[in-house]
Design a protein. Sequence first.
Length: 314
Amino acid sequence: MIYDWGHSRRFNAYSNYFKKAFGSRIQKVSIDAGFTCPNRDGNISVGGCKYCNNNSFKPSYATTANTIKEQIQKGIEFHNNRYKSPSKFLAYFQAYSNTYKPLNELKIIYSAATEFSEIAGFVIGTRPDCIDDEKLKYFKELSEKYYLIIEYGIESCNNSILKNINRGHTFEQASEAIIKTAEYGIKTGAHLIMGLPGESRDELLQSVNKISKLPLNNIKFHQLQIIRDTEFARNYKENPDNFNLFSSSEYIDFIINYIELLNPKFVIERFSGESPPQLKIAPDWNGIRSRDFLEILEKEMEKRNTWQGKLFIA
Ligand code: SF4
């Protein structure tokens, strides 16, 4: 029996969730508000996570050469030109760790977005070690007027894998930050990378239960991609056999097995990542883009007569 998400798709889909919540299409406007992260500025490390290149996901308007207000304005224009249908917008503070400044500076940054009537909410990407009670109190207040979700990078449930990718925090730290955020009544999201070196497909499937128990609203998955100008790019060049990257067909099979075990209450925002071709070194998915991937995935789920949470045990 498919879980009751209010639509007939086989997973708890983000687009359907938003249509229901806002009554219209919703678009994210990406913003680079000039943050850095403690894994880059020397507070924890200087190298950053081994896969990280923030240029791999930022649209061209999201640059610190533009003010926050200019980025929002340009982002709204970009989406309006592209879709020609009225949308509401979420201010997506995406680049680096978007809570990694003192509270008084965060207030100035986030209040810039509140000046736009088109902005219906906030998506705030950060690390679990960049949040505290004062900041959560502020975001709680903001969440009383706007849709607001704080997205944490978990990346893996395995601490030795996290250490190996130089993530600079443990799974327990991520878990504590998510629980604390949820206790404030703030929506929580998480990001996971599938196929990190040393983490087997079986281990990932065994870890779903840990993820399913977290008080999460939304979740995003990415297959590991090797991006230029990263430590992984250098490692891959020297020793590609140390990586076990998913082919597109392997990933379809794997992610279906994964979400069968996943808590059906979690809204799935993304199954796969798509970095710009000029930055991506591997894997080669023969031009399959995220939207193609989703179509193939849904057809395969139909064929297997399966759905998110089919094998979930509460
Ligand atoms: S992935 Fe996030 S936490 Fe890691 S180095 Fe990049 S910005 Fe910092």
